[in-house]
Design a binder for this molecule. Structure first.
Ligand code: GLN
Length: 589
């Protein structure tokens, strides 16, 4: 099935020229980014920033993320453990780094751009069962490694930037840290790939850490030396080092790294701490990383001087912003910031467009509940104080019944006090339950996800779902929502488009049989799917901004192109929605 995804996509490919002439086009250029010393170095941001600089030079860039874990995809992984599950247009549930690539490089990736050990083994084992290996012993080398190489070569040429034909450069990020047992087959496959495509088509950038120890403040190179040695023992010599450090590297540190790690001093890049991540492409450009990478890949003559005006503007504007807006995020996974990464990024995009710094106040939904007033009174009081201080309330997506009562209280508070409310997926279902209970008087109204015996099931399990298989069985990916009336906030925010294409990830939906009762409360379902049976967007009348969406607008928000709903939400929070809606196209915010 996975193979057929790739071949379906390949079927659509037609070759078209870009900055590189067609003769050279046959050769894909790979930039591999590996990590050493410790995890959490920001390898994903480094890799996407390298992509940004290359793109700014006029090259077309695609990307692949390799996750050496055994899960087939991120769909079954808890956001507590692994951060948010990012959803692609094609319904792929993938690692959150793919979100970084989509946002930084403005791409639309496919599920096949995220390779996992699970996917590779699944494809090899399917072939084994079909007898494709003709009686041979199936082994990690060559069968798994060949599958990895084929996958990379096949996926790298899928166009993901809206143009036709393959990109010029494919940035591959290898997850984990070099030396991990589970990444070994990938390292071996990448070594073979380098050997077969040649040094000039393959550039290896190793991201490492330079810690500072003791009072003298010496920058320590030994951990980097060790991880480069480990990589070289596996047959890969890095062409570049991207060194993470708190302060800029000393010249002496560069010299030492060059000598001991076998990397030319001009290829030692330094990513020191910066005020915001949009500085990183600028940092790389200022060190002429693009020149060195392009020379290595023999692309220097076809690329132009990087144009990073937009990035420079954004990075600087963000540093200079002083006004902020308080946003209450009422969710289940508030302990780990990455759990709602795309929501946070979307708030950031919308705030920057409105010249504001977001101040996100995380509220664990369960702290708002009445039970918490008895068991943890301080947490309960703080949660309510925070909610009351916020200019707007967001209830994001989630699964399971933990914190649901608290989310309902937050939605009720926002409705009654006319505080802007954005409910995403579960957040929309929560507002339907709240209104059914507190406005329509259906006291035991609920979603069957939380109470399958409720007398008033306002949210129900979708007929096409599966209760026994969790992986990839939800309603996933981009689906059309038809806007039902031009006379609503959402229609105006989406510039009066007849339909909205956003990504989905859910198993439950508003009960179509209860829509007319629900609408008696003043709720209006202003967006429905193409059958008219599935509720996608709700708004509440006589409220400045009360919007619930069954889809996840956060996945398609971009730094320079904020999601319309997030923008409307933030503008409503600062009382500027009305003037914007009257003149959305002209209005510079
Ligand atoms: N648990 C809800 C459902 O499955 C909401 C899902 C979500 O918020 N992504 O429909």
């Amino acid at each position: 099935m996975l193979r057929s995804n790739i071949s379906q996509t390949l079927g659509r490919i037609t070759i078209q020229s870009s900055v590189i002439d067609c003769k050279k086009k046959a050769e894909m250029k790979y930039v591999l980014v590996t990590g050493g010393v410790v995890s959490g170095l920001g390898k994903g941001v480094t890799a996407s920033s390298i992509g940004v600089v290359l793109k700014a030079c006029g090259l077309r860039v695609t990307s692949i993320k390799i996750d050496p874990y055994l899960n087939i995809d991120a769909g079954t992984m808890s956001p507590f453990e692994h951060g948010e599950v990012f959803v692609l247009d094609d319904g792929g549930e993938v690692d959150l780094d793919l979100g970084n690539y989509e946002r930084f490089l403005d791409l639309k990736l496919t599920r096949d751009n995220n390779i996992t050990t699970g996917k590779i083994y699944q494809s090899v084992l399917e072939k084994e069962r079909q007898g494709d290996y003709l009686g041979k012993t199936v082994q990690v080398v060559p069968h798994i490694t060949d599958a990895i190489k084929n996958w990379i070569e096949t996926v790298s040429i899928i166009p993901v930037d809206g143009k036709e034909g393959p990109a010029d450069v494919c940035v591959i990020e290898l997850g984990g840290t070099v030396g991990d047992i589970e990444s070994m087959p990938f390292i071996e496959a990448l070594r073979q790939l380098l050997f077969s495509v040649g040094q000039n088509n393959f550039c290896l950038i190793h991201v490492s850490l330079i810690p500072v120890l003791g009072v003298v403040g010496e920058q320590k190179t030994k951990p980097t030396q060790h991880s480069v040695r480990e990589l070289r023992a596996l047959g890969l010599t890095p062409h570049f080092l991207a060194c993470r450090s708190a302060e800029p590297l000393f010249e002496s540190t560069r010299q030492k790294l060059s000598q001991f790690c076998h990397v030319p001093v001009g290829n030692i890049l330094n990513i020191h701490d910066v005020p915001n991540i949009w500085h990183i492409p600028l940092l790389l450009r200022n060190q002429n990383a693009h020149d060195a990478i392009l020379r290595h890949l023999e692309l220097f003559s076809v690329a132009k001087t990087p144009n990073l005006e937009e990035w420079t503007g954004r990075a600087e504007i963000f540093d200079s912003l002083t006004n902020s807006v308080r946003i209450a995020m009422v969710g289940k996974y508030v302990g780990m910031a990455d759990s709602y990464l795309s929501v946070v990024k979307s708030l950031l995009h919308a705030c920057i467009a409105s010249s504001l710094k977001p101040a996100i106040d995380w509220i664990a939904a369960s702290d708002l509940e009445d039970e918490s007033a008895k068991s943890t009174p301080e947490a309960h009081a703080t949660a309510w104080r925070t909610l009351r201080n916020a200019a707007c309330v967001l209830v994001p997506g989630g699964f399971g019944d933990r914190g649901v009562k608290g989310m309902i209280l937050a939605a009720k508070y926002a409705r009654e006090n006319k505080v802007p409310y954005l409910g995403i997926c579960l957040g929309m279902q929560i507002s339907v339950i709240e209104i059914a209970r507190n406005v329509l008087g259906l006291e035991r109204a609920n979603s069957t996800e939380f109470d399958d015996r409720t007398p008033d099931p306002v949210v129900i399990f979708m007929p096409e779902g599966s209760k026994t298989h969790m992986g990839s069985t939800m309603r996933l990916g981009s689906r059309k929502t038809l806007v039902q009336t031009p006379d609503c906030i959402t229609a105006k925010l989406y510039h009066n488009s007849e339909y909205v294409d956003e990504r989905h990830r859910h198993r439950y939906e508003v009960n179509p049989d209860m829509v007319s009762i629900l609408e008696e409360s003043g709720l209006k379902f202003v967006g429905k799917d193409e059958t008219g049976k599935r509720m996608e967007i709700l708004e509440l009348k006589d409220h400045p901004f009360y919007v619930g969406v069954q889809f996840h607008p956060e996945y398609k928000s971009r730094p320079g192109r904020p999601s319309p709903l997030f923008l409307g939400f933030i503008l409503a929070a600062i009382g500027k929605l009305e003037p914007y809606l009257q003149n959305p196209r002209n209005g510079r915010l």
